[in-house]
Design a protein around this ligand. Structure first.
Ligand code: NAP
Length: 234
């Protein structure tokens, strides 16, 4: 059964691995990118999730070329780290705008056709940091924690229409986002993880694909940790 899947921030990292996973499952896949168009067996559309007009344009293009979105993976995200006293208000606002309000923009737009179809899957990519907190990432943690309340509210609003809304909470993953921290910091993170390593993007993609699968039909409002045990019950 081929579905129309849209992955935001699908140009690299977790989003890219997720798009490739759905392609391998035989789905019709679109990815959004912000700056650099990726190439692959999917439709790539430019969309800055901080711009409502971009979101509208991207969904319209996907609907015209592939059909209404049946599975939405809200994955696009950024970091602008800093300790609280050094964090500029713009760094806080920008991160919340991209990570949390961006998810609101795409989920709201995707829901239009899901309500009509009376089915749909929405998966939001949060982080273990949203559950545990992280010094130097107050803005990022707030945005990722916000996704949990957002998802659970949508799960309640949309459940009667057979639309599930779930959150995946990865621990450290080997992508550009973590590589920019440097090897020493990444190793320090890996040492905190009970499984003793960071995840591959494909390991996160597998959890996302599960939440979009028939086996997850009765799961909604859940937070699925994919963190090597780092959060341990949070
Ligand atoms: P990444 O390699 O830095 O990729 C980020 C993706 O988001 C890129 O496709 C980027 O597009 C896109 N993006 C950024 N800002 C955007 C905007 N304003 N509008 C649209 N797209 C935008 O990051 P990643 O590590 O794969 O992270 C993906 C998600 O997983 C994020 O939400 C992140 O917070 C979360 N996460 C990551 C980790 C980790 O350790 N890596 C852990 C937990 C959660 P361009 O390529 O066009 O810039």
């Amino acid at each position: 059964m081929s579905r129309v899947v849209l992955v935001t921030g699908g140009s690299r990292g977790i989003g890219r691995a997720t798009a490739e996973r759905f392609v391998a499952l035989g789905d019709k896949v679109a990815v959004t990118y912000n700056t650099t168009a990726p190439s692959g067996d999917f439709l790539a559309v430019q969309c800055d999730v901080t711009q409502e007009s971009h979101v509208e344009r991207a969904f319209t293009e996907v609907e015209e070329k592939l059909g209404p979105v049946e599975v939405l993976v809200s994955n696009a995200g950024i970091t602008k780290d800093g300790l609280l006293l050094r964090m500029k208000e713009a760094d806080f606002v920008d991160v919340v705008d991209a990570n949390l309000t961006g998810a609101f923009r795409v989920a709201k737009r995707a829901t239009q056709s899901m309500l009509r179809a009376r089915r749909g899957r929405i998966i939001l990519v949060s982080s273990v940091v949203g559950l545990l907190g992280q010094a130097g990432q107050a803005n990022y943690a707030a945005s990722k924690a916000g996704l949990v309340g957002f998802a659970r509210s949508l799960a309640r609003e949309l459940g009667s229409r057979n639309i599930t809304v779930n959150v995946v909470a990865p621990g450290p993953v080997d992508t550009d986002m973590t590589r920019k921290l440097g090897d020493d910091k990444l190793k320090a993170f890996a040492d905190l993880v009970p499984l003793g390593r960071v995840a591959t993007p494909d390991e996160i993609a597998g959890a996302i694909a599960f939440l979009a699968s028939a086996d997850a039909a009765y799961i909604t409002g859940a937070v699925l940790p994919v963190d090597g045990g780092l959060g341990m019950g949070h």
